[in-house]
Design a protein around this ligand. Structure first.
Ligand SMILES: Nc1ncnc2c1ncn2[C@@H]1O[C@H](COP(=O)(O)OP(=O)(O)O)[C@@H](O)[C@H]1O
Ligand SMILES: [Mg+2]
Length: 222
């Protein structure tokens, strides 16, 4: 199913230089996408547009055929997509478990506290963190473990779309492979639409579909 669609989108921050020029793309569930391009090419900008954090200067981005500039953005971001950042963006003094529960509270899911805790523990287990690690402060976890927490957080309200901006940029090669394998499984086994921005060859190989962004143009790799 087409879940996100980019239709003739252009974008500039300052009305002068276009960062994105009439780009088009379709994203489906069950597929992992890799988006590549040099630093400054506009990859993060593209992700911000998909997340509804920026609005296209022209053109339309739609989520399930609805123009996202016309839907409630906060609700869209907090329920329909999970975002994973290079810098993890976790609250360091809270435990892994508390970070996941916090994001459930923000997305306003309708389950009680006990159920939230059980679900959070299940999700953390799914990404490879047992209960001992789940109850550790994020500060006391390794980089790879912290990125696992942020993936569990992205899954906490069952969003269908996972957007990841250089999720393995701060990780070593083996840890990178584990994290990308986890994201691949989410696409292939749980039918998520996973979009990863990266520089990594491993991500390129793992992606079902690869796009390149250069000079404001988005091109699909053949
Ligand atoms: N908030 C902003 N205001 C103005 N210009 C920005 C802003 N964010 C990014 N840019 C510019 O837009 C271009 C694309 O940036 P970005 O999307 O971050 O690239 P990438 O993620 O591919 O490295 C760069 O020239 C950058 O300087
Ligand atoms: Mg970037």
């Amino acid at each position: 199913m087409n879940i996100l669609k980019i239709d003739n989108v252009s974008f500039s921050y300052d009305k002068e230089k276009l960062v994105l020029k009439n780009i088009n793309a379709n994203f489906k569930t069950g597929i992992i996408y890799g988006i590549f391009g040099r630093s400054g090419a506009g990859k993060t900008t593209l992700l911000s547009l998909l997340a509804g954090l920026e609005t296209p200067s022209s053109g339309i981005i739609s989520y399930k055929d609805q123009d996202i500039s016309k839907i409630n953005n906060d609700k869209y971001r907090s329920t329909n997509m999970g975002i994973v950042f290079q810098s993890f963006n976790l609250l360091p003094h809270l435990t892994a478990l508390e970070n996941v529960i916090l994001s459930m509270n923000i997305s306003n899911i309708k389950i009680n506290d006990k159920e939230k805790k059980a679900l959070a523990l299940t999700l953390l287990k799914k990404v490879g963190l047992d209960e001992t690690k789940a109850k550790r402060k994020v500060l006391q976890l390794s980089g790879g473990e912290q990125q696992r927490v942020s993936i569990a957080r992205a899954l906490s309200y069952d969003a269908e779309i996972i957007l990841a901006d250089e999720p393995t940029g701060n990780l070593d090669r083996d840890t990178e492979e584990d994290i990308i394998n986890l994201l691949t499984k989410l696409a292939h086994e749980e039918n998520k639409c996973v979009i990863i921005i990266s520089h990594s060859e491993y991500v390129k190989k793992a992606s079902d579909k690869v796009y390149f962004l250069a000079n404001g143009n988005l091109k699909e790799a053949q």
